[in-house]
Design a protein around this ligand. Structure first.
Ligand code: 4AD
Ligand code: MG
Length: 475
């Protein structure tokens, strides 16, 4: 259907051609002498209007009443010009084959719009709605554009491991991976009594699969750094996991992250890369997903196209964390969370900065206090701040978090000591600083937050096919 209707002439160049469509019935309107069947095959938002008269093969299905919303069909016919106002062409049906019937009494997707919350409870069927069809296609385009951007700029894609023993962010938000409890699911017995313990009563991890505690990764950054220390610019694009118990509209327990790592680069290079990347992918969807973007502009977030055009063209605002604190202290608004140098910015502060103070433009905040940032960030000369940056966008808040990495062995070791982290666990990471260390920098972008930003969809649970959140791992 996209092939036919996606062209500049909206299908006119197909007039007189024969066509076969396989898809799902969206609606079926039976009139006395003719039946209108809207079929969608997921290739685009548009349906194909199929017009069927009683002489067509398979019309008995119409008479039997099986051509209902949700049924899968094959329709063959000829493309003709349409009298309807909504489309230039339609299909005059010669043959209809019922592939899979769909009981109209129990099919949960009906014509009237269902709430997003309800659709989450039927995540296996929600891709059949317009909204989720469009979100899925735009998500796909963003992924394609991501690889295209990095590949065209000489980055090498790295698969970082999903299971790891290290905690990149040091925030203790990891999911543990263990075979010690692998039978619990089947027997439903509490396996605690069977978990092997050492003499002093601790879990004996040496008897577990990996011989030590292992976790789902929270970030592929440390692994990306190892490859950037050899192949120069690299990037990861894969799933990451966080067991943070935050039931918000921008947190998932399983999300995809894009993590470029730039060799021989500092924080300014990092911010320039983040800006160029974001502008590239935004332009890409504006140019390549016009129909879906128009849909979002009308139904999900009015004005999103103008907003994204602005993002693609204008420079982003840059300010230091210290200036951001000053700005918040001068704000006329009262915040729920305290504003004070040394405290992390909360979502309400971030949104105030991009949405109110800078009128909807993306804002990059840099040079955060080292106490609120991860151990690997490069210390600035003031001794108090690190070369970190967060990129904030309206509605979503933090879209990107990145930094220049501490490439000096002595500084990094001192920082690990300060944080009471065991240097031995980081032996391979420290090796990178021992053997041909280079200044390097990178960032992580939460892919679902990008999907939210580019589609206007309010809740991150609707930006990924099967959301994983506290209390929810169905499907
Ligand atoms: O700011 P974060 O924690 O940074 C890192 O993980 C670095 N290691 C990245 C790097 O420098 N290579 O996470 C990066 C981004 C955030 O800005 C946010 O967009 C997203 O990941 N993110 C989440 N997205 C959805 N659900 C969550 N629970 C997320 N936590 C972080
Ligand atoms: Mg962050």
């Amino acid at each position: 259907i996209a092939d036919v209707k996606g062209g500049a002439s909206e299908g006119l160049e197909w007039l007189g051609k024969e066509l076969a469509i396989r898809g799902w019935v969206r609606t079926c309107r039976v009139q006395s002498s003719v039946t209108f069947i809207e079929v969608n095959d997921g290739s685009c938002l548009s349906n194909m209007q199929c017009v069927m008269t009683p002489d067509a093969e398979g019309h008995d299905q119409v008479e039997l009443g099986t051509v209902t919303t949700g049924a899968s069909v094959l329709v063959e016919g000829v493309v003709v010009s349409s009298q309807g106002a909504k489309q230039k062409v339609e299909l005059k049906v010669a043959r209809l084959v019922m592939i899979g019937k769909c009981d109209p009494l129990t099919y949960p997707i009906q014509k009237k719009r269902a709430s997003r919350e309800f659709l989450r409870s039927i995540a296996h069927l929600r891709p059949r709605t317009n909204t989720f069809g469009s979100v899925t296609r735009v998500r796909n385009a963003l992924a394609y554009a991501t690889h295209k951007f990095f590949q065209e700029n000489g980055f090498v894609w790295i698969s970082s491991p999903i299971i790891t023993a290290s905690d990149c962010e040091g925030a203790g938000e990891q999911f543990c991976v263990t075979t010690l409890m692998s039978n619990a699911h089947e027997s439903n017995d509490c396996p605690i009594s069977t978990i092997p313990t050492t003499k002093d009563g601790k879990v004996d991890w040496s008897q577990d699969f990996f011989g030590k505690p292992a976790f789902l990764t929270v970030s592929g950054q440390l692994n990306a750094e190892t490859y950037a220390s050899s192949l120069s610019d690299v990037y990861t694009f894969g799933p990451t996991f966080r067991a943070e118990n935050s039931n918000t509209s921008r947190h998932l327990a399983e999300f995809w992250m894009i993590e470029p790592e730039l060799a021989f680069a500092d924080l300014n290079d990092d911010m320039a890369c983040a800006t160029a990347y974001l502008q590239y992918v935004v332009k890409f969807v504006l140019e390549n997903c016009k129909e879906d973007m128009d849909f979002f502009n009308t139904w999900i977030e009015k004005g999103i196209i103008d907003r994204l055009n602005n993002v693609a063209e204008k420079n982003f605002v840059q300010l230091t964390y210290s200036d951001a604190i000053e700005l918040l202290l001068r704000a006329k608004r009262k915040f729920d969370f305290p504003v004070k140098w040394g405290l992390d910015l909360q979502s309400e502060h971030e949104r105030y900065i991009t949405e109110i103070a800078f009128g909807g433009r993306p804002v990059i905040i840099r040079d955060y206090p080292k106490e609120i940032k991860a151990f690997y960030m490069r210390q600035n000369d003031d001794g108090k701040t690190v070369a970190a940056m967060d990129l904030l966008v309206p509605r979503v808040g933090e879209l990107i978090g990145g930094s220049q990495r501490e490439e000096r062995l002595d500084y990094l070791e001192a920082r690990l000591d300060e944080l009471n982290l065991n240097k031995e666990n980081y032996w391979w990471y420290l090796d990178l600083r021992r053997f041909g260390s280079v200044p390097h920098a990178g960032f992580g972008l939460g892919f679902e937050r990008l999907v939210q930003f580019a589609t206007g969809i309010e809740n991150i649970r609707d930006a990924i096919p099967f959301p994983r959140t506290p209390g929810s791992a169905e499907f």
